[in-house]
Design a protein around this ligand. Sequence first.
Ligand SMILES: Cc1ncc(COP(=O)(O)O)c(C=O)c1O
Length: 442
Amino acid sequence: MNPLQRKDLEFHWHPAVHMKSLEKYPPFVVRRASGCFIEGIDGRKVIDGISSWWCKSLGHNHPRLKAALIEQVSQFEHVIGATTTNETIIALSEKLVKLFPGMSKAFYAGDGSSAIEIALKMSLHSRINRGEHKRTKFLALAQGYHGETCGALSVSHLETFKSVYSPILFDCIVLQGIPYLNGSSDPLWNDCSAYWDSIEETLEKNSDSVTALILEPIVQGAGNMRMYSQDFLGKLRAWTKAHNIHLIADEIMTGLGRTGKMFACEHAKITPDFICLSKGLTSGWVPFSAVLTTNDIYDCFYDAAPAQMNPGKETFYHSHTYTGNVLGARLALETLTILSNDFNWSLLDEKASYMLRSLYDVAHETDVLTNIRGIGMIAAADIKDHLYTFEKMEKMIHAAFQGGALLRPLGKTIYWLPPLIIENPEIDHLREITKRALLSVF
Ligand SMILES: Cc1ncc(COP(=O)(O)O)c(C=O)c1O
């Protein structure tokens, strides 16, 4: 351990890591990062195989994003969002709602979990304003993950994150029996009828008391990169619409190119009532998030609301200090401009296929992986049950890091979720390091 690492462990409590394990595997001390690579103070470069918790969609230190940030910071860096506006936030809001036909308004927050809290609160609040007082519950998918503030955790289903906090969380109705698959060539992708009846039964039982169904469209990230049928997503949307239930699409991980389309909802050609975005929205430059919604929701907070509106409830109180922070907004605007005007989407498809084939190669050459799956720029596989132990996985992560790749498996699932700008030779690099790390441990 070097002196900086020692000092770090003395004063810095890291998130989502068992602190004692950092004595054995000390944190990498970063000096700079560029493209797909992170460089340490010792000059060592590691490829960012997980886009630094799934956010660095355009890679590190993108020159256009850096220029945009510098230009913005030279003008002003933050002004209260409640009663001021500026050209940047106006342009971003217009761009966001026009990117997703059917959306009409953009509301901002600082991180993904806050965006989820906002969507949950807006849905519930809109019911109160409409006099639909019975609609107070939320539906969510088994294995879903929506963040770690209390509301977001309540609608998440992963025990690892929530069990300790259950005394302060609210109940949520969980939908089981999701038609999982390994990619869009599975027949389930286009027809999940065999699964639908039992799911519809649970839905129907709760249809009068629910305000919204929340889900991660197509790929459940923290739930071990599980992928499911676009037909299922389409059926859920049709059902929610028919039963006056809102659909909240948590596109915090899937949004902005990750699944091969700008939004994962596009796979099922659906328009939800709320879309939550963060992570790739600024290409991971600063904490920033957005909730897009429809005029139908917005209007029931507006002055000219229906007669049954509850007086005094028109204002949506979610008064984040940094709402609409202009540095985040400028970075988001530039990210969206790059993605919508200057990004090669057909090349992305080719890269996605290449990456998945590469993971198949790793599986073939190591014989330790099963359930290989991929959609867009996400490729995942599970360590075979009889081989997996937590300790071995920890060793594998370390071996990969020593070999030059940052990986962060989820339980027994290893995955690649690199910056969208990754090139095929960098995928080869990731493949070789992953293969060697797996062979050295399993
Ligand atoms: C699908 C999804 N929703 C919400 C969140 C929470 O975002 P944040 O960590 O910015 O609060 C995450 C984070 O990983 C996520 O993957």
